[in-house]
Design a protein around this ligand. Structure first.
Ligand code: PLP
Length: 231
């Protein structure tokens, strides 16, 4: 299917899911994750009205950014090495993977303006996942007040691929509860309004649990095994 058809299908799913839990679909931002696909394919997403694009590696991010420019809002969704910050930070509108103090420090040093950041949390506790441990999130965010270029707009997590929907739901619920706690703390540098959670295989569950930013690759623009064609 082409990106436009996928986008329409996804839009319907978002509307139906939001209706079922009495949410406003306008509160949901769809990020087209273009890491598997060509710049042309990413342009198709923009033509279909999806103007938020996400990349997880420096090279792909800069390449697409160079070719597409300010027609899109640019999300960096992958783990970011501190030494690469200087190359990308001016091009990032939203960072989804703030997960350590050294990264905050480097961003603060290199960025010219305030950067919207999601703090990545490792709710599932899997060794392979990046992110702050849930128990350390409060202290981490409090500490970030020392880095005035960091604006914590929300929390982000990745749920493991599991069959059990209730497990996935439990992970999203925990992130939401943590978001509510941080938001209630009322830190000026951490309004923490948003929840970046949900990918192609679990985004309806994420929406039911309050996701405001869903990150869709495979179901929207396709992936490498489908050669850019979506399943
Ligand atoms: C690749 C990726 C996605 C999109 O994955 P799909 O399953 O293809 O939708 C979302 N978030 C992050 C952080 C990713 O790396």
């Amino acid at each position: 299917m082409n990106v436009k058809e996928n986008a329409e299908k996804i839009k319907n799913t978002i509307e139906n899911t939001c209706a079922s839990v009495e949410r406003d679909p306008e509160d949901v931002t769809v990020i087209a994750v273009t890491k598997y696909v060509s710049t042309e394919r990413a342009e198709e997403a923009i033509d279909a009205g999806i103007v938020n694009l996400g990349e997880n590696r420096k090279e792909g991010f800069l390449e697409k950014q160079r070719e597409i420019g300010n027609k899109a809002t640019w999300h960096f969704i992958g783990s970011l090495q501190s030494r690469k910050v200087k190359d990308v930070i001016e091009h990032i509108d939203v960072l989804h993977s703030l997960d350590r103090k050294s990264l905050a420090k480097e961003i603060n040093k290199r960025a010219e303006t305030s950067i919207s950041c999601f703090v990545q949390v490792n709710i599932s506790g899997e060794e392979s996942k990046h992110g702050i441990n849930p128990g350390d999130v409060h202290a981490f965010i409090k500490m970030l007040k020392d880095y005035p270029k960091i604006n914590v707009v929300g929390l982000m997590t990745m749920a493991p691929h599991v069959e059990d929907e209730e497990k996935t739901r439990g992970i999203f619920r925990k992130l939401r509860a943590l978001r509510d706690e941080i938001k209630n703390e009322g830190w000026p540098h951490a309004p923490c309004e948003f929840l970046s959670m949900g990918m192609s295989n679990d985004y309806t569950i994420a929406l039911e649990e309050g996701a405001t930013h869903i990150r869709l690759g495979t179901s929207l623009v396709g992936n490498e095994t489908t050669g850019g064609e979506s399943s």
